[in-house]
Design a protein around this ligand. Structure first.
Ligand SMILES: [Zn+2]
Length: 221
């Protein structure tokens, strides 16, 4: 099956992650408009979007993009909602996200975050506020490309519950007994699913977000 999809690329809101202003590189942005033809010929990509769709996620597959300088978004999707036990969970402010990462993220949101919100905070999760995914940049202080430059990382800023409460990483990590417990629980569950997880205890650059990165490693801080 071959489908051609017209995708409206939104300007990407890209946030810093472990990069001080001095080391921040110019950020590549996707075009503000464009027509994408998704490479459905790749079996792994096809299988990935099938799984993502079956999980209840709402998303649009994106055409492969090469931005130069080692930065690219391949087999990626624009993810707007992930499936939850009680209904869709909104995800805000994401740019392109590699499909395998999107699947891991969707499972974490449902089983690691929404269920923790109900158990610990007594309310279902409504929304996950991210600080972006794709961004052409290096790991701070190195010449190595960040997983963000491959659309394989997401920065999480806050969780909004159905009862209206907003639990931000910045304000909740070290204040409020329940908020602390919730954020540490979702951090722990992220460590079981993602290759690299960095939070406020790692360094000051991560004081306001959780960095979740696709991979087989187990770097959890
Ligand atoms: Zn990050």
């Amino acid at each position: 099956m071959r489908r051609i999809l017209a995708i409206a690329f939104l300007p990407l809101a890209l946030a810093g992650c472990g990069v001080s202003p001095e080391t921040r590189e110019p950020v590549s942005r996707a075009p503000t408009s464009g027509v994408g033809s998704v490479n459905w010929e790749k079996p792994a990509a096809r299988q990935c979007v099938r799984e993502l769709s079956a999980s209840g996620a709402q998303f649009a597959p994106l055409s492969d993009r090469y931005y130069g300088a080692g930065c690219q978004a391949l087999d990626s999707v624009q993810l707007d909602r992930v499936g939850g036990d009680l209904g869709p969970l909104v995800v805000t402010n994401l740019g392109p996200l590699a499909c395998p990462m999107a699947n891991t993220f969707a499972a974490w949101a449902r089983y690691g975050v929404d269920r923790a919100a109900r158990q610990i905070l007594g309310s279902p999760l409504a929304r996950i506020e991210t600080m972006g995914s794709y961004s052409c940049r290096n790991v701070a202080g190195t010449s190595r490309r960040s997983a963000h430059s491959r659309a394989e990382a997401v920065d999480i800023g806050a969780f909004v519950l159905e009862d209206g409460r907003r639990i931000s990483v910045k304000s909740g990590w070290n204040s409020g007994e329940k908020e602390r417990e919730f954020l540490r629980t979702v951090h722990r569950s992220a460590c079981k699913r993602f290759g690299t997880v960095l939070g406020p205890d790692y360094n000051a650059a991560h004081a306001d977000h959780l960095h979740l990165e696709h991979g087989n490693g187990s770097f959890c801080r």
